[in-house]
Design a protein around this ligand. Structure first.
Ligand SMILES: [Zn+2]
Length: 264
């Protein structure tokens, strides 16, 4: 018997609940998640302050919000003195509640701070090794480089978020057992739809990357909400020529496997 669409359990595997754009609206977002069937949100930090507030959100919404903590490459240039060390200390102290090190990575459009990006990324990868946690990676313009770098670290799991190109790197990532996430662009971007078509479904998760805004239809620059996941799952089902509930069930299983979380 096929599952009723209302009963589907959906996953937002990459969101930034501590972003200032969401300040004062978290209760609404959580209500939207629950109403739309989103049963787990992996909130990703960007710097020390968002590491702290993501931990608080995970505590406030147990069994729904899970924390991935780390320093984002966009923030390496504004790190305060001692902030990196304090973040590493905080993450180490809370390792039993943290589910991944993220969002970390390298961004080719921030070339001016390349050496600092490399230094911070290396520290984050070592931290993931030490704490035996998977990593969530931002790889804008750097996917090939990152895929070449990662084998020198002993990582529990690798998730390349918003994987966009090149397609040849997708097969490398799949061969290595890495996971990828895709979000609302799966509904309108031909490039992302091609990646979804080629991805191995057991290595795939859905995301919103909220509060990033999507300007195309049906999102039209509305505030990004967990309920957008339903549109993503429907788009993936259409691309993969499968039932929506089959896609949702597979992603629900993938999330638990990748992050070592038991969802009910
Ligand atoms: Zn992100």
């Amino acid at each position: 018997m096929t599952m009723l669409l209302e009963e589907m359990k959906l996953i937002d595997a990459h969101v930034h609940l501590s972003d200032l754009d969401y300040a004062g609206h978290i209760d609404e977002l959580i209500a939207d998640a629950k109403a739309s069937g989103v049963t787990a949100l992996m909130t990703n930090s960007m710097d020390l302050a968002t590491c702290q507030s993501d931990l608080q959100l995970a505590e406030k919404y147990p069994c729904l919000v899970y924390p991935a903590l780390g320093i984002h490459p966009w923030n390496v240039n504004v790190l305060k003195e001692g902030e990196l060390e304090q973040a590493i200390e905080l993450i180490s102290r809370y390792k039993s509640v943290i589910k991944a090190i993220g969002e970390i990575g390298l961004d080719a459009t921030y070339e001016t701070v390349w050496e600092k990006q490399m230094m911070v990324f290396d520290k984050m990868l070592h931290l993931a090794e030490t704490l035996e946690l998977p990593v969530i990676i931002h790889s804008r313009g750097t996917t090939d480089k990152i895929i070449d770098m990662l084998p020198s670290y002993r990582l529990k799991g690798v998730l390349l978020h918003w994987f966009s190109y090149p397609l040849v790197a997708l097969s490398k990532a799949m061969d290595k057992g890495y996971f990828i996430t895709e979000g609302p662009p799966a509904t309108y971007s031909s490039g992302i739809r091609e990646i979804v078509e080629k991805v191995t479904l057991t290595q795939f998760l859905t995301e919103t990357d909220g509060p990033v805004k999507y300007y195309k239809r049906p999102f039209c620059a509305q505030v990004t909400k967990p309920s957008f996941i339903r549109n993503v799952v429907e788009a993936v089902a259409e691309i993969k020529k499968m039932q929506v509930d089959e896609i949702a069930e597979q992603i629900f299983a993938n999330f638990q496997l990748f992050f070592n979380i038991k969802l009910s």
